[in-house]
Design a protein around this ligand. Structure first.
Ligand code: CA
Length: 419
């Protein structure tokens, strides 16, 4: 299996030492270049390997058909399942290996510079679910909005709390978002008002993309879960805190969340992430049998969030890590399907805001500015309690081991004024 446990591997494609995309990574995405339709590609260094172009040269890529390698989303390829996609990734690693010059002389035909390409949503996302699985985030929010002494609700340590989100408004990195409008009640003594959201926030999350699941009525166990998970990406779950505060009781988030969510364009496979698995926090009280699991399923992925004003210098406002999750991916997928709910190729399950234990590792402005009571000082002298119009929010994620960086690239989104 190609990953960071094999630091000795290198590619004939030049890869800078600080690149997110060495041969040990090989994430999948959808790209286009001028005059051509979006199609699947694999990132290597500053380039993208055009899979359909490799196929056109008569080079064997397994059971994948030409039309699947030219599809505008990865779903048709993902329908082949985990084993076929993992074998394809190994095959690509073989073709890009420095010891193999089969493709090297043809590089102009099969490689596209990332700087010349536009990235698109990598999958058609059928259904999107958002969890609430970071104990530090759930505790912080509980302390702010409820009782500091009983910040976690009684169910929180017994099940990974989640809700169904909306996939139509999921955007890829680079696409701007518009400040949402809606109903809020700024003064609890007065009637609600309508207008642009005043408390626009990001949520630092990671998401995973599924393969096909099981027929409706059946469940996926924690032991089976990874067979149904393709890989991960960075997820910014934009949130309108003032809309949320007024609307969320009793059914949870609605218009405060569904106006936009942004994802990074590359899906980093579970195979690439395997060397970064770590043990999670001990779950106490013990979970029900269907949520028990074997092995380590937390993953050590460094995360950061930067706010970049339109004029001036950016500021990194959070350093967090995906390893802080209380509930892991296999538990989330087992819980999601325990009632017989089915999943399909291209579903997106997001972690929930990832906060760490200290103030520098909080994953939302709500927590970083503690409801606006601790504004962040920006290099240009301005302050941020929440996100302003024309700010760009950039999230980055990477895992590093043996001198090998498995990066996710970034999700970068500019906030435009309400329409
Ligand atoms: Ca969220």
């Amino acid at each position: 299996m190609i990953n960071a446990d094999h630091p000795e591997l290198s590619s004939w494609v030049e890869v800078q030492p600080q690149s997110d995309f060495p041969i040990q990574n090989l994430p999948f995405g959808i790209f286009s270049v001028a005059g051509k339709l979006p199609r699947p590609g694999v990132a290597i260094g500053e380039f993208i390997l055009d899979l359909s172009a490799v196929h056109d040269l008569g080079i064997d890529l397994g059971s994948f058909k030409k039309e699947e390698l030219l599809a505008p989303v990865l779903n048709p390829m993902m329908a082949h399942g985990k084993k076929a996609m993992a074998m394809l990734r190994e095959r690509i690693a073989y073709l890009l290996d420095a010891k193999n010059d089969e493709l090297k002389g043809l590089s102009e035909k099969v490689l596209v510079k990332q700087s010349h390409a536009k990235m698109h949503l990598p999958v058609h996302i059928g259904d999107y679910t958002d969890f609430y699985s970071s104990i530090d985030h759930a505790t912080n929010v509980g302390m702010m909005f409820r009782d500091p002494a009983n910040a976690l609700l009684p169910n929180w340590k017994h099940l990974p709390v989640g809700y169904h989100g909306r996939s139509s408004s999921i955007l890829v990195s680079g696409e701007p978002i518009y400040r949402p409008k809606g109903q809020t009640r700024p003064d609890p003594e007065q009637n609600p008002v309508y207008g642009p959201c005043r408390l626009l926030d990001f949520e630092l999350e990671m998401g995973f993309i599924t393969f096909d699941g099981k027929p409706l009525g059946q469940s996926i166990s924690t032991a089976e879960a990874e067979e149904h998970i393709f890989g991960m990406l960075i997820f910014n779950d934009w949130s309108a805190r003032d809309i949320q505060k007024w609307e969320y009781i009793p059914l949870g988030p609605f218009l405060a969340k569904n106006f936009a969510s942004s994802i990074s364009p590359w899906i980093v496979t579970l195979e690439a992430l395997k060397p970064f698995k770590v043990k999670g926090e001990k779950q106490e009280p013990a979970v029900l049998p269907y949520l028990r699991f074997e092995g380590n399923h937390n993953i050590d992925i460094d995360l950061e969030v930067e706010i970049l004003p339109e004029q001036g210098e950016g500021k990194v406002v959070s350093h967090s890590n995906y390893k802080y999750m209380y509930w892991n991916m296999v538990q989330q997928l087992a819980h999601h399907t325990v009632n017989g709910c089915n999943i399909r190729p291209g579903d997106l399950l997001a972690s929930g805001t990832i906060s760490g234990p200290d103030t520098g590792s909080y994953g939302s402005m709500l927590e970083i500015s503690w409801q606006g009571t601790k504004p962040v000082q920006m290099p240009d002298g301005s302050e941020r309690k929440f996100i302003q119009d024309h700010d760009t929010v950039i999230m980055r994620a990477k895992a590093e081991k043996n001198g090998v960086r498995i990066g996710f690239g970034e999700v970068r989104s500019k906030v435009l004024p309400a329409l």
